[in-house]
Design a protein around this ligand. Structure first.
Ligand code: NAP
Length: 319
């Protein structure tokens, strides 16, 4: 607790409150629409069997993209590819991976790294929200493992392949919820063993972690054709949170979902960020839908980002 209070003090003075007002304004604006076709290029999307990922897969397919989706459910993945081929006549394939399991994350990351075809856009979308602390089979807190660590490991494994391509875009589906982690990250308690766990705090921390190492990836990609950006997909009606108890599910259905937009809005934004030539070379940025925003101070802490990078290599079994 004391450490968190110190961190809040550390960042407090760096906040520019106009940025928070901008974020609130941006949340009411529709995304830019990209009129450019994607053409016969490849997009890889994680968690495409539901919500934002599903609508994003359809949007890319409607613009001519070839699709590779990475999901945990075989039946839903097969049905999605059938639907995409039927509706848009483009190629669609999938790989099954439970992204909470490091062995499966490694095998999907290695498979992507070994692919001959270039990956033009890689969208890390799979994610979840849990109100109760849960551990993965590897003993890692579940939200951190799925929302953050899986994408970190996959990015690290595909780094060389992407750098050898002429161009590639990585997009992290993040959340304005990273702002819940106002104290920054507690690097010595990423697993929530020493503090009271709440879903919001753990969710905020996972999305904060994603932004911090995005900065390190961005630095590592300098001079190559690879860009990496993160985005908030809006507050949209999806299946997120359905693994929680009755009270949360009631609250989501009756309050959150009523205030939320259709996930097609997020799909438009993700298409713009992946396809629009106006973003050629833009990297290391955070977008609220398609509006670029300044990151809050704890998400710009380079010292923490580098320390988290090292920890993530170890936790992710890369070191
Ligand atoms: N909805 C919002 O308002 C909102 C706001 C901000 C950020 N986001 C972010 O948007 C992303 C997509 O969420 P959503 O709202 O579209 O939720 P969703 O409808 O629940 O979709 C989540 C997707 O992730 C997959 N997934 C979950 N755990 C997985 C695991 N262990 N391994 C592999 N795949 C897994 C799900 O697979 P199954 O179909 O098998 O369950 C599903 O395809 C998340 O990163 C979320 O944090 C959402």
């Amino acid at each position: 607790m004391k450490e968190e209070r110190n961190s809040v003090r550390k960042y407090w003075g760096q906040y520019e409150w106009s940025n928070v007002r901008t974020m609130i304004k941006n949340s009411m604006v529709d995304p830019e629409i990209c009129p450019e076709a994607f053409g016969d290029r490849l997009v890889v999307i994680t968690g495409a069997t539901s919500g934002i990922g599903y609508h994003t897969a359809r949007k890319y397919a409607s613009q001519g993209a070839r699709l590779l989706t990475i999901n945990r459910n075989e039946e839903k993945s097969g049905a999605l590819c059938e639907e995409i081929k039927r509706d848009f006549g483009v190629a669609c394939d999938y790989r099954i991976a439970d992204l909470s399991r490091l062995t499966e994350v490694h095998s999907v990351g290695n498979a992507l790294a070994e692919m001959e075809a270039p990956i033009d856009v890689l969208i890390h979308n799979a994610g979840l929200y849990l109100s109760k602390r849960t551990l993965t089979v590897d003993g890692i807190e579940m939200i951190f493992a799925v929302n953050y660590l899986a994408s970190f490991v996959i990015n690290a494994l595909v780094m060389e392949k992407l750098q050898a391509q002429t161009a590639a875009r990585i997009i992290l589906v993040g959340s304005e919820g990273y702002r819940f982690a106002v104290w920054g990250l507690r690097l010595n308690d990423l697993n929530w063993e020493q503090r009271r766990y709440t879903g919001l705090r753990a969710y905020g921390a996972s999305k904060m972690a994603q932004l911090l190492t995005m900065l390190v990836f961005h630095d590592a990609f300098r001079g190559s054709g690879v860009t990496i950006n993160a985005m908030h997909p809006g507050m949209v009606r999806t299946n997120t949170g359905r693994d929680n108890g009755l009270i949360y599910r009631w609250y989501k259905r009756t309050i959150i979902d009523r205030l939320s937009k259709s996930p097609e809005v997020s799909a438009e934004a993700l298409y713009y960020l992946g396809a629009s030539t106006t973003l050629d070379g833009v990297s290391g940025k955070f977008f609220n839908l398609t509006r670029q925003e300044e990151l809050a101070p704890p998400a710009r802490d380079w010292e923490v980002a580098e320390a988290l990078w090292e920890l993530s290599l170890k936790m992710g079994g890369l070191k």
